[in-house]
Write a protein that binds this ligand. Structure first.
Ligand code: SER
Length: 583
């Protein structure tokens, strides 16, 4: 089976079992506290939590999908056998219960039937289950069900391995059963205690995670029983495909083999990194991300720069990435029809040109370094050549050169202090809290209408109007302007309220508050959240040092009076509100 056949077989299987096939949601989640979509269940979160009615919205409580996902934790690990940035997740769901719903037993039976339908051998399947802790009991029911199906290799694991979720700070979660597949002795470490989750070898590969969602983690960190039970399952598509094709790694399957052979030469790891990153770039740009220095845009910038750097390292010439992007899009064009080649070329070209100019000079300097490097020298390379710190570290570690990171951060701090005064002037909220609140509403509305790649680039407020600069490549259409205005006005009408919380910067960032000029923030910051008092639903959450009003209804109404270019890739909006404090 090739990748397209496996994807289709999975969806056909669950369709034949009465599931509705749901298209993948965007890589950019609607939940602002999460950077990317990392699991198939994310688009179903409110349904799994019982907040929305799945039958009402999807016409079926049984769903299946192939979801685009992106994980950033292990970018440096990409290139080994198992790590990727972009990947796909196959999953099936049974959300809420009535007599037609299924829970643990149904999920286990479907999983076994599907795996056997693609030729995997039940006797090579090994199961891990949640062994219980002082809050949540051991999953005896799952143990019993697996045993009844003739699988006796069942390992009880702890919270870290076998309790799944939530994706965000709060949300649905539950104990899970993982199916691990034994690839055979030749892959093993030979230890007598070797088994699933072995620390010494990759003989057992986790192929399917069956989550029995029974809990909701609340803001206080407590696990409440959900009012409904759900099934949420996820298969790492790349992993299953490698097993099916008898390969060590997805890089050796048809998902990557043509791109890697097009690269044609050079170090295996470098080729894999390029192939992975090209695919990541294609899907990030397709989702609407543009390169920038923060958040999603920073991840895209990093992938493009790493691609160019590894390309140079293995002596690829010119715009070597063009045919690789083309091949990648070709491969996915029947599954994700929206991918736009021209836009991807333009963005990569612009970023690659900018980066190539400095890369050679920066690399030359790094390569001329002998002995350990001071933090100040590293900072100069970072500052002058736009080399991200992790790239500097990677280059130096190849030559066994140590970097004094503390000194690097001291230099960074000095630099930030110098630029803070200027930054406060440029990005300050002004003396008018009303229009400052309107600015946060506008920012969030722009991201919801135009995509999460929109980023604040500057803001200026006087008593008459707000001015807001943001990253976006083109002029807004009249329909888009109206949609933004309508959304802000809707929120004004709904009377969303504001709250301010003071917290350490790291906590603010991990809570998902938007941050724009990260390096210029103090260690303790104020986070302003605009939310619906009744439902708790958050519309906007930003780190912000200014003052705001307590209820957005005081703005009365909002109007965009001008939309124009501010500089290349940056648009400028001027807007007013009709509240009594402005003209
Ligand atoms: N949510 C679970 C996971 O991501 C199962 O889909 O592994």
């Amino acid at each position: 089976m090739n990748s397209n056949e496996l994807r289709k077989h999975f969806l056909d299987f669950f369709e034949s079992k009465g599931h509705r096939i749901v298209p993948s949601s965007s890589l950019l989640p609607t939940d602002p506290s999460v950077l990317f979509t990392t699991a198939g269940m994310q688009q179903f979160s409110p349904y799994l939590a019982g907040e929305k009615d799945v039958v009402n919205d999807f016409g079926n409580r049984h769903l299946a999908s192939c979801q685009k996902c992106f994980r950033t934790d292990d970018i440096e690990e990409v290139g080994d056998d198992t790590h990727h940035t972009f990947f796909e997740m196959l999953g099936n769901w049974s959300i809420g219960q009535d007599e037609s719903g299924y829970f643990k037993e149904g999920a286990i039976d479907y999983a076994l039937e599907f795996l056997e339908s693609i030729g995997l051998d039940k006797s090579r399947m090994h199961i891990t289950v949640f062994g219980g802790n002082n809050v949540i009991p051991k999953d005896e029911e799952a143990i019993d069900l697996w045993k009844k199906r003739g699988i006796n290799s069942i390992k009880e694991c702890g919270f870290k391995d076998n309790f799944w979720g939530p994706v965000a700070e709060t949300g649905p979660c539950g104990p899970c059963s993982e199916i691990h597949y034994d690839r055979g002795e030749s892959f093993g470490c030979g230890r007598s205690d070797c088994g699933p989750n072995c620390d010494y070898c990759k003989r057992y590969v986790e192929i399917w995670n069956l989550v029995f969602m029974q809990y909701f983690k609340n803001k206080a960190g407590e696990y409440e029983l959900l009012s409904q039970t759900n099934i949420d399952t996820g298969i790492g598509f790349e992993r299953l495909l490698s097993i099916l094709q008898g390969k060590n790694s997805a890089y050796e399957t048809d998902l990557f083999s043509d791109v890697i052979s097009k690269i044609g030469k050079g170090d295996k790891v470098a080729c894999r990194i390029i192939a992975d990153h090209i695919r990541g770039i294609v899907f990030l740009v397709d989702a609407g991300v543009i390169p920038s220095n923060t958040g999603q845009g920073y991840i895209l910038r990093r992938l493009i720069r790493r691609t160019i750097r590894y390309g140079k390292m293995i002596e690829l010439q010119g715009d070597f990435w063009v045919p690789l992007i083309k091949l990648t899009i070709e491969k996915y064009k029947d599954v994700y029809k929206e991918i736009e080649r021209k836009k991807i070329y333009e963005i990569v070209k612009k970023e690659a040109e900018k980066f190539s100019l400095t890369l050679d000079r920066g690399l030359k300097i790094i390569n001329s370094i002998k002995g350990d490097i001071s933090g100040k020298e590293a900072f100069d390379i970072y500052q002058s050549y736009g080399f991200p710190l992790e790239m500097i570290k990677e280059e130096l570690s190849k030559k066994n050169i140590k970097l004094n990171e503390d000194e690097f951060y001291d230099e960074l701090k000095k630099h930030q202090e110098l630029s803070r005064a200027g930054a406060e002037k440029k990005f300050g909220g002004g003396s008018n809290p009303y229009l400052h609140t309107a600015t946060h509403l506008l920012h969030s509305a722009l991201r919801k209408v135009l995509g999460e790649s929109v980023r604040q680039m500057g803001s200026d407020i006087n008593d008459e109007r707000l001015r807001f600069d943001f990253s976006f490549e083109r002029k807004l259409t009249p329909e888009e302007i109206k949609a933004v205005e309508d959304l802000v006005n809707l929120k004004i009408k709904e009377g969303l309220v504001l709250k301010k919380e003071v917290m350490p910067l790291s906590e603010a960032l991990s809570s998902g508050a938007l941050s724009f000029f990260k390096e210029r923030y103090p260690e303790e910051v104020s986070v302003w959240t605009i939310y619906d008092k009744d439902s708790g639903e958050i519309f906007s959450k930003e780190i912000c040092g200014g003052e705001h009003i307590d209820n957005v209804s005081k703005l009365e109404s909002f109007k965009i009076i001008k939309e124009e270019s501010s500089s290349r890739g940056v648009r400028r909006i001027k807007a007013i509100c009709q509240g009594k404090y402005t003209i």
